[in-house]
Write a protein that binds this ligand. Sequence first.
Ligand code: P1T
Length: 379
Amino acid sequence: MKQKTLCVHAGPGPDPATGAVNPPIYATSTYAYAAFGRHRGWEYSRTANPTRVALEQAVAELEGGADACAFASGMAAIDALTDLLAPGDHIVAAHNLYGGTYRLFTTITTRHSVEVSFVDVSDLKVLEASFRPNTKMLFLESPTNPLMALVDLAEASRLAHKRGVLVVVDNTFLSPVLQKPLELGADVVVHSTTKYLNGHSDAVGGVVVVSDPALGQDLHRIQNSAGAIMGPFDAYLVLRGIRTLAVRMAAHEEGGRAVAQFLAQHPKVLRVFYPGLPTHPQHQLAKRQQRGFGAMVAFDVGSLEKAKAVCDALQIFTLAESLGGVESLISHPATMTHASVPKEERERLGISDGLLRLSVGIEDPEDLLADLDSALAKI
Ligand code: P1T
């Protein structure tokens, strides 16, 4: 099935009881037993809820996976993955990740005696040298938040699998419409559904997709035991968002490309980070492993003062954390999404005080360029 068709039809299809074309929102915490000792397949909504299961099935189909588990947030989904590990295990993580993932790994995961190394995974030699005998998980983002660096997912997976290391890819920035990590060799895909999958900035959630059904069973055990589940109302919203994912991604991409090209030729902009630009150092890799370049664009205006002036002057772009909604957002990673990364570490990575990150929405690109043009004229 083609992407657009899959987005519209992924999941269990019409409700078997009534024929409703959309899954009902099963607003129930529990289910009546058919008889003593005999339930009807549904026991308690932490364990399973039909609306959540419909979403899980849809996302598994979209990513080409065997199973999926939906969680209360993207961070809850990533945290559940760390529950696969035992004390003494080691994670190799990309050195540029969403700031919240960095915070989870450095302040919570390590409390359970799991070691984490942050390495420049775009250099495969560095990646290979970072594996240890106790390495159990490779955690990647591609493209990274906010620097838009890529990892060769097929090669990184090959290197990890030689050592029996589980490969996890956070695919939030592209969505399954623009990248399918499981097809490239990864074992697990994680999403903040808060972003493109939902697409309307009205619900926080997360999902994990796996290629191995046994791993899926293990994650459902974690989901049920630890309990950070997505509720049925949110599951409904994300599933509704998925129906338009393919057409939204095409519109996002059109805007993303236009904005990146505009910024790349603007005299006030020092540097643009967008894998769709031929000048991006990994443009060829992006063309090979992605089905598009997406709509996340970062750019450097040189200083905190200038970054603030641009944010203050914009009319259509809203200053806010998050991304992937229909409306365009701007954020300042150093003081917002990546404030929990120490300043020296941010500077080492290139997350400068003048760096701004755009989530380009689906408005008319001409309006977005005019907004950026007048804001940049202020600096
Ligand atoms: O916010 P939450 O649904 O818990 O998802 C966390 C998360 C995980 N992975 C990536 C790549 C993310 O970007 C995020 C959340 N990011 C933002 C809120 C942001 O503005 O970057």
